[in-house]
Design a protein around this ligand. Sequence first.
Ligand code: F0G
Length: 453
Amino acid sequence: MSFMEPFRIKMVEPLALLTMEERIKILEDCGWNPFQVEGRHVTFDLATDSGTGAMSQDQWAAMMQADEGYFSSRSFKKLEDCVKSLTGFHFMLPAHQGRAVEHLLLSILSKPGMTVFSNNLFLTTRGNADLAGLHVVDVPCQGSPDSSFNGDIDCERLKVELEKVGPERAMVVLVVASTSPAGQPVSMANIQDLSTICRSFDVPLIMDGCRYAENAYFIKTRDNEYKNMPCKDIALKMFSYFDHVYVSAKKDGLCNTGGFLATNKEDVYNKASVRMFYTEGYKTYGGLTGRDMESMTIGLREGIDDKFLQYRVESTRMFGDILKKAGVHVIDPIGCGIYINGAKCLPHIPTCQYPAFALHCALYVSGGIRCSQVDDILKLDESNERENPKSQHILRIQIPRRVYTLGHMLHIRDIFKGIIEKRESISGMRVIDFTSSDLSAVLEPLNRKLFSD
Ligand code: F0G
């Protein structure tokens, strides 16, 4: 399916254009870790689509008219009306971002010994479940027959698990679209089946709706039954099967910060309102300014527009396709993001020499490109050697919304192509220091040079 950007550009930001020599020096100073490179030295930042999008003229204009009152401001009322009509839920609470709502909701719903089942919980939700004393079990489906909805949860396995733990000791979070790999969509049929199961067991069903709008577009384009339905109505139908939803508005809400909780359960709303007063703020601002709420209100509306979603999803798919044609090992099917198998792109580098990190460094040096990695360096194994056989060696590309043009994508494709052509010259990496995560690890190329002459 073709697409075009449904906007034109009014304000521009210059790209950071450095020489290759400058970037090598910068990366060396940053312990050969592209996560540590300062933003002003990055030309294309594809590490995340979270809070990195460009706002529209209507968002900026609305921000100028914000009401910064503490109690029930005009800006809050607009957001409340918007979220209620978008989701169909009766109660909503704003929050500064998605993980704040995860923390709030999971701590309210948790009871000792409870398990949270999911198709694939996001990292921060996993951490918040842990903080709330919850046990986490992922029960993803093993891929749908035509791979259209690989984010589905395995309903049969879930039933067995729920029988085992008992209804009063379980809750279910469906991540829509599923986190990994590559943001796979969830089908409406799966949502309906899951809702029937949760109701029959009397288990709370929660949606992680960070990318709910993109998921609605996938349903529209992959399930014939919904092909004539606007994404807004598909989303409303999706929400109708859940007890609660939490959303990071930094993704499909098209704003730089913000999130919300929506629910039909008054007791959950009341408990959450009291609790958030001590951590986020009063229930009518939740840690946000009036102008944040204004930009979220408009962003949520723009983010569920069919033409916008066509551009968003189809441009991601097209970018993945042109990378594949350039010889890049893109993991199929492409969903809300692009996942690249670093080990297959650089097959001469053994996995104990971190091929995804090497590819990431090569992308930064050659084109100032930053991506992110999915658990490339895991904890040391029992023998205390820096081997990571469990690791995925995946490079993740998440495209900021309304930021980069087709020209940029073609340029990035050319950078990848250049790297693939001279891949034999790229060195493996050695870990010098690893405390807790890839973000702060210090590495170096094996021969102290990333590209051999
Ligand atoms: N759930 C999902 C599926 C997410 O992808 C994220 C964030 C969150 C929850 C938490 O939301 O950042 O507003 O607190 N994902 C970002 C990413 C960080 O890069 O994928 P948040």
